[in-house]
Design a protein around this ligand. Structure first.
Ligand code: TYD
Length: 221
């Protein structure tokens, strides 16, 4: 394992929010960032798929605007898994690692656990893990857990076009994969489940409590 993978070597703190589509990770990322900023922490918020060129390609694939050559259908799940992994390399090098080197708190809306859950729902999880092996482990992953039915209701309220993984059956499968991925990774990584069915305020508070434990540990180091 290279030095870059050791979380202790970083000056900043890398925190990831994960959950089903509709779990509320985007809302919570912004709410958590604004509280931490008000307390004087330098915070960078970001997301995967990223806003870079590969993230843009992925978003096109998710809405059916990008597919295989000659109209041969949607991208193969292997292709999409590799695109997510490639986007992650870009995102790490261009945005996450530089901010961590500057000592910032980086809050990412989704990261490797999304690939293990979503791509792992149709491909062997070990292969998905292998193509993501370069991705540095976060200091903390918050899994915002909601029942698939609750997530579906929230997506319906939000409106907008349905994306590739948003069918109810797919989401139930992804929910199971998230639990399998968490079991697989939590020996090596700090992953905490937050009850995402609580009020928006309570989810923010519970998340901040976990984040403060990690920030406190860093300070005394
Ligand atoms: P999402 O966070 O929902 O973006 P947006 O709010 O812009 O729609 O992410 C898009 C989809 O991509 C979502 O269904 C989860 C999926 N996804 C993966 O399948 N694998 C991954 O590695 C990541 C980061 C996301």
């Amino acid at each position: 394992m290279s030095g870059a993978r050791k979380t202790a070597a970083r000056r900043g703190t890398f925190i990831v929010l994960e959950g089903l589509d509709g779990a509320g990770t985007t809302t919570q990322t912004e709410r958590i960032a604004s509280v931490l900023r008000s307390e004087g922490h330098p915070v960078v918020t970001t997301r995967e798929p990223s806003d870079g060129p590969l993230g843009t390609l992925i978003r096109q694939a998710l809405t059916g605007r990008l597919g295989m050559p000659r109209g041969a259908g949607p991208l193969a799940s292997e292709t999409l898994a590799l695109l997510y992994a490639a986007d992650r390399t870009d995102h790490l090098k261009a945005r996450v690692l530089p901010a961590l080197d500057e000592g910032k708190v980086v809050l990412s809306d989704r990261y490797v656990l999304s690939s293990l859950a979503y791509q792992g729902a149709s491909l062997p999880m070990a292969w998905v893990e292998t193509v993501n092996a370069y991705a540095v482990p976060p200091d903390l992953t918050l899994f915002v857990g909601v029942a698939p039915e609750v997530a579906a209701r929230r997506r319906a309220l939000r409106g907008g076009p349905a994306e590739l993984f948003e069918a109810d059956e797919a989401q139930r499968r992804i929910a199971r994969q998230y639990l399998a991925a968490i079991r697989r990774r939590q020996k090596r990584e700090r992953i905490v489940r937050i009850d995402g069915e609580l009020s928006v305020e309570a989810v923010t508070e519970a998340s901040l409590a976990e984040i403060r434990k990690v920030l406190g540990r860093k300070r005394v180091r």
